[in-house]
Design a binder for this molecule. Structure first.
Ligand code: NAD
Ligand code: FES
Length: 274
């Protein structure tokens, strides 16, 4: 059993929890994820690690309450326990040789998943900048944390309440047009956002990695639920990812697969809320 030692409400849809999981905290690396189950027969929830503290033995998770299981997780409080917390799982990132300036592009609840990657690069001495976007100011989460590890942070909101009015890609266009020193881009957020970021960085020939967040069932490479297409080959995100070369990912297929069970997810949520 894993104890919730801190809980914070980040905005109306998103919550943060620190989970006591010393073994996971000790070996976690930026980009990796965990799979948790609230109770023994519960659904497995994959979540990218938002932070970890090997000394305190805690792992930070941030989740959006979108379905039955994440809503149930959101009802738990500090001092409560969850049944399983498996990880760290998945690969981590590699920065191209000779890169000096790194740009992170994060959207909505993808921002905390981008954070540990930028934090490590900052600690390693790279120049790190970020473009963060959300529907409105309150949806651009982890701003304080990001500002602490970035040399510069640009903001974009759909309604213009923070930074530029528009998508992160509107800011990215300006940055890439004016700054020829960006060597590497890391992007995490909605699939459509990562697709559009990668389309743009490809035009500028800047290596770009993405963190994929598909449906997962077993998380062990056995069920195939998390499969995506990368460079014309089938890859399992739980075993081969979640980080991939963004210029090789078939985002359209990934979006189709993400929406496959929307009807069943809606029914499950309606039954839970009854
Ligand atoms: P959202 O729909 O509110 O979008 C956030 C921002 O993304 C927008 O404000 C905009 O700047 C950008 N964006 C959206 N559509 C775009 C488009 N068509 N072109 C360019 N930019 C666009 O995001 P949300 O509701 O917070 O959802 C976040 C998503 O992040 C979820 O789909 C979730 O699956 C994903 N996610 C991924 C990871 C991961 O590790 N890969 C982790 C957490 C969340
Ligand atoms: Fe089953 Fe990846 S979740 S193969």
């Amino acid at each position: 059993m894993y104890r919730i030692v801190r809980k914070e409400v980040l905005n109306p849809a998103v919550k943060l929890m620190d989970i006591e999981a010393p073994r996971v905290a000790k070996s976690a690396k930026p980009g990796q994820f965990v799979i948790l189950r609230i109770y023994e027969k519960g659904e497995r929830i994959p979540l990218t690690i938002a932070d970890y503290d090997p000394e305190k033995g805690t792992v930070t998770i941030v989740f959006q309450e979108v379905g039955k299981s994440t809503k149930l997780l959101g009802t738990l409080n500090e001092g409560d326990y969850i049944a399983d917390f498996v990880g760290p799982l998945g690969n981590t990132m590699e920065v191209p040789k000779g890169a000096k300036k790194i740009l992170g592009v994060g959207g909505g609840v993808g921002i905390p998943a981008l954070y540990p990657k930028l934090k490590m690069l900052h600690q390693e001495g790279y120049r790190v900048e970020a473009i963060l976007g959300g529907r409105s100011e309150e949806y651009v989460i982890f701003r304080k944390e990001m500002e602490a590890v970035c040399d510069k942070v640009y903001y974009a909101t759909d309604d213009g309440t923070l930074g530029k009015k528009g998508f992160v890609t509107d800011v990215l266009k300006d940055v890439l047009e004016n700054d020829k020193e960006v060597d590497f881009v890391i992007t995490v957020g909605p699939v459509i956002m990562m697709k559009n970021v990668c389309k743009m960085t490809k035009e500028y020939d800047i290596p770009t990695i993405v963190s994929m967040n598909p449906l997962m069932v077993d998380g062990t490479g056995m069920c195939g639920a998390c499969r995506i297409e990368v460079g014309g080959e089938t890859k399992f995100v739980c075993m081969d990812g979640p980080i991939f070369d963004g210029h090789l990912v078939n985002f359209d297929l990934a979006m189709t697969r993400l929406n496959m069970f929307k009807k069943q997810e809606k029914i499950s949520l309606e039954l839970y809320e009854k």
